[in-house]
Write a protein that binds this ligand. Structure first.
Ligand code: ATP
Length: 625
């Protein structure tokens, strides 16, 4: 055992580096022999899927179906006019519903600081285009020759302008969009799973009870012993009165869906192992916190429950939940087993609940001998999907489990995860014996319900003008604008702010609490537009986003001529969450960006038509769908 712990220590450096922003080093422990555990898994799956298996349906309604909603909201007229900017005149024959209140439009489309282009002839294809001097600003709805992008000068000719130098582009506003960088800053890369998990913890102040969802409960192995009953109130559960009191104070009126099904199993006798999956913010932490608090004996002053989390910050977040729930159990205490906490060998731990990272917990059990594994009654692995991304964490978790299970065969082991894909399933099944599996899954269909378009802009600067012209339309619902770099995001946000508009900005150099604040403000509607980079492209659930703008297309890190398909999917997946309708608009400003969009179109096999600003019908169609 001593050697085992020593070997495991070598992975600790790697795993403990897993604090935010620190890449793991290549110090991984030798692989743990594959567990001999052959598991019998009962499985209760709560999901929305269709299957031939017997299904019990809970919940009402069918909110999984795409909800018809107005893409740009408000009146079409307001949308059209505001999106095209003052100075736009509809082409002949275009359908414009009468504006019942032109003054209202004028106010909404032209807030303080807005400099509309002067009214001018409408000769075709430019958003925000006014007088001839302003041609070239904003969108070009102008000609495309098949696959090719027609350069501005040639477009002028086709539009009836004389050949010659391009007209001056920015007569009223002076700006110059930042050039794309040669190398991607690591702050512009998507957030790490640890960061996403932590950010989500900051974000979720209230649980998604999901009471109105159409939920199926599926019993894979119909075990008559299996406790397929649910708790519709916390009082249905055998919780200590002090805990019930704390839940009242915390405003927990009724259990969330995962709690409804997991808690009766978690609290039953004899203790039952569990693998539980449900998306972020659905009440998982509260579930296992209640399990630990219910099993801990307050009058016994030694460690009894262990909870593993991938980072220090996540451990602290869990600890705060446990403390709040234990506020009327003064004898129950929490200790954090995290790096650099100053705890040495020989310290007598009196706390019943120890929460920490696998590396440090490994020390506590091994070389520091601070925890007696035979006294452990509950072992929790939280954020299993994040944890398994590091081999070191996997190995250490396995080692800790084996040590505790050997010394305390009745230990209740619980694994919680926000996702449940194959690697998590394999890890969970390898790790935990005889577990009941409770999974709650909502379909997150990104593509089918998202309409994708591209819009031609004459230049990088033209993209900015396009945003300005679309701005009022964007603010009628909530929109996210993705840029390639944080510099572009900051620049764009500054430009828009200078026009008197409000926008939220989020990039990878901001600390997590600031990022959470920006997202919270966006979710609360303080800001209707969020400008961000790939840092925010995945993991964050902002369900009301209706429009995603790819100001710059997502490109492969090593070859900027190739799209980053995954990131594209994740970016546009910020809209169209859970069956809602959404729109993704891709800005194209040169042949390269056009080709990137064509490749994306071919890759996903979904058409990305050109959104022609002259084509009122297309925009109306967006609005009507
Ligand atoms: N039954 C409940 N009633 C009201 N609020 C709840 C309930 N359960 C949890 N919450 C609150 O909802 C928020 C999200 O819950 P929790 O952190 O347990 O979710 P989670 O699934 O663990 O999310 P994450 O994966 O982000 O950690 C928390 O602020 C929590 O205090």
């Amino acid at each position: 055992m001593g050697d085992d712990w020593g070997a495991a220590y070598s992975s600790q450096v790697a795993t403990e580096r897993n604090e935010l922003g620190l890449a793991p080093k290549d110090e991984t422990p030798p692989p743990v022999p594959a567990s001999s555990l052959q598991q019998q898994m009962q499985s209760i799956q709560i999901n929305n899927n269709k299957s031939n298996e017997p299904v019990t349906t809970f919940g009402q309604g069918s909110s999984m179906r795409p909800q018809p909603q107005s893409s740009f909201g408000m009146t079409q007229n307001a949308h059209q006019q505001s999106a095209f900017g003052a100075g736009f005149r509809p082409p002949d024959g275009a359908r414009f519903p009468a504006n019942p209140n032109p003054n209202a439009f004028a106010r909404s489309a032209q807030p303080a600081g807005f400099l509309p282009p002067a009214a001018g002839p409408n000769r075709g294809g430019h958003f925000g285009r006014g007088s001839p001097a302003q041609r070239g600003r904003g969108y070009s709805g102008g000609p495309m020759n098949g696959n090719g992008f027609i350069p501005p000068q040639q477009q002028q000719q086709q539009m009836g302008y004389p050949m010659g130098p391009a007209p001056p582009q920015f007569s009223q506003t002076h700006f110059s969009a930042p050039k794309p960088p040669k190398k991607i800053d690591e702050n512009d890369l998507p957030m790490s799973p640890e960061e996403i998990a932590l950010l989500n913890k900051f974000l979720h102040n209230t649980v998604n009870l999901m009471k109105d969802e159409q939920i199926d409960v599926r019993l894979r192995q119909n075990d008559p012993q299996s406790p397929l009953h649910s708790a519709t109130s916390f009082r249905d559960l055998r919780l200590k009165s002090e805990i019930l009191h704390a839940l009242d104070v915390m405003g927990f009126v009724r259990p969330s869906k995962i709690q409804e099904f997991a808690l009766p199993i978690l609290l039953m006798e004899p203790p039952t192992n569990m693998i539980a999956q449900s998306q972020s913010g659905t009440g998982k932490t509260a579930s296992f916190a209640l399990a630990m608090l219910s099993r801990a004996v307050p009058s016994s002053h030694f460690p009894q429950c262990i909870c593993l989390a991938p980072t220090y910050e996540l451990a602290v977040q869990i600890g705060e939940v446990v403390r709040k729930m234990a506020q009327f159990l003064p004898e129950v205490k929490v200790h954090y087993a995290v790096k650099n906490n100053g705890v040495r060998a020989g310290t007598k731990l009196e706390e019943q609940i120890i929460i920490g990272t696998p590396g440090r917990m490994n020390d506590y059990l091994g070389k520091l001998q601070l925890i007696d594994p035979s006294k452990i009654t509950v072992l929790v692995l939280d954020e299993a999907d994040v944890m398994i991304r590091q081999q070191g964490h996997q190995d250490l978790s396995m080692r800790i489990y084996n040590a505790i299970e050997t010394a305390s065969p009745g230990v209740q082991t619980l694994l919680f995860s926000a996702t449940y894909d194959q690697p998590v399933i394999e890890f969970a099944e390898k790790l935990i014996k005889n577990a009941v599996s409770v999974t709650l899954k909502r379909e997150d269909q990104a593509l089918p319900n998202i309409k994708q378009y591209f819009v031609e802009c004459i230049s990088r600067d033209g993209k900015y003008q396009a945003v300005v012209n679309l701005y009022s339309g964007l603010t009628m619902t909530s929109s996210v604008i993705f840029t390639h770099t944080k510099h572009s995001a900051m620049w764009l946000a500054d430009q828009i702010k200078m026009r008197g508009y409000k926008v939220a900005l989020l990039h990878g150099e901001m600390p997590i609490p600031e990022r959470a604040q920006a997202i919270q403000d966006f979710k609360n509607g303080v800001y209707k537009v969020l400008i961000t980079t790939n840092v925010c492209s995945r993991g964050i659930d902002v369900s009301q986003v209706t429009i995603v703008i790819n100001y710059d297309p997502p490109v492969n890190e090593s070859n900027s001529d190739e799209p980053d398909y995954d990131t594209y999917l994740h970016r546009i997946g910020r809209t169209g969450r859970f069956g809602k309708a959404g729109i993704a608009i891709n800005f194209v400003d040169d042949e390269r960006s056009l080709q990137l969009i064509k490749k994306i179109e071919a890759h996903f096999g979904k058409p990305i038509p050109k959104l022609d600003p002259d084509d009122m019908n297309a925009l109306e169609a967006i609005n009507e769908d």
